[in-house]
Write a protein that binds this ligand. Structure first.
Ligand code: IMP
Ligand code: MG
Length: 204
């Protein structure tokens, strides 16, 4: 059960102390099963804008390549890059550890076929969520192997109490309870990615 404040907002931590979200009712959308809203569209928008400001401040004098991890980070990528007023390059690779209708991670498969040369560049790896940490830590190693100068990580979400690999994300939107979440790019069995908010599937 998700804890909520008096305005109905879920109890999630943000890493910046100044965060104030505006609660909004999610728009009505077709979804295959009931979804409990954990983070509203407005909260995400405000927080992504803050992350953009932080990244801008940190990279104003360094050539940046954002490497987005497909497929879950597509919505975050589209929103975040429009909050960064700097010259930057965008690249993608694919990493996946879930197959079909499961919430249990399997073997990690990585496809770097579309990744441009990152040698000598600052890479910011972008993912939807930090769960066990295996995906991001493996990819940090891959970017270093490819000659990236400095590799940092950014995630929208970090699940509390799930991490198996030591990795501190350099930018993190929200810390959330241990629940399987969907929306804003995150899927269950490839559904729900289009939801503009983060939700928890109500399987009950
Ligand atoms: P990690 O390697 O365990 O950190 O998992 C990271 C990947 O697992 C993310 O890129 C997501 O695609 C997926 N994942 C982890 N937790 C969730 C979730 O709650 N909902 C949807 N996808 C998730
Ligand atoms: Mg993913």
């Amino acid at each position: 059960m998700i804890k909520r404040d008096r305005q109905g907002r879920a109890d999630v931590n943000v890493t910046a102390a100044c965060f104030v979200g505006t609660p909004r009712r999610p728009p009505l959308l077709w979804v295959p099963a009931p979804v409990e809203v954990l983070i509203t569209q407005a909260q995400i928008r405000d927080r992504v804008a803050e992350l953009g400001r932080q990244i801008e401040a940190d990279y104003h004098d360094r050539p940046l390549t954002i490497v987005a991890i497909l497929t879950g980070s597509i919505v975050l990528l589209a929103d975040l890059i429009r909050e960064i007023q700097l010259p930057l390059r965008v690249a993608v690779l694919q990493a996946s550890s879930y197959k079909g209708a499961t919430t249990i991670a399997g073997k990690l498969s990585i496809n770097e076929d579309f990744l441009p040369d990152v040698a000598g560049r600052d890479v910011l790896l972008l993912d939807d969520i930090l769960d066990t940490g295996h995906t991001l830590s493996t990819l940090v190693g891959r970017m270093s192997d490819r000659g990236a100068l400095r590799v940092r990580t950014a995630v929208l979400l970090r699940k509390i109490g799930r991490q198996q690999v030591q990795l501190e994300p350099d930018y993190c939107g929200f810390e959330i309870p241990d629940a399987f979440v969907i929306g804003y790019g995150l899927d269950f069995d490839d559904d729900y990615r289009h939801l503009p908010y983060i939700g928890v599937l109500d399987n009950g």
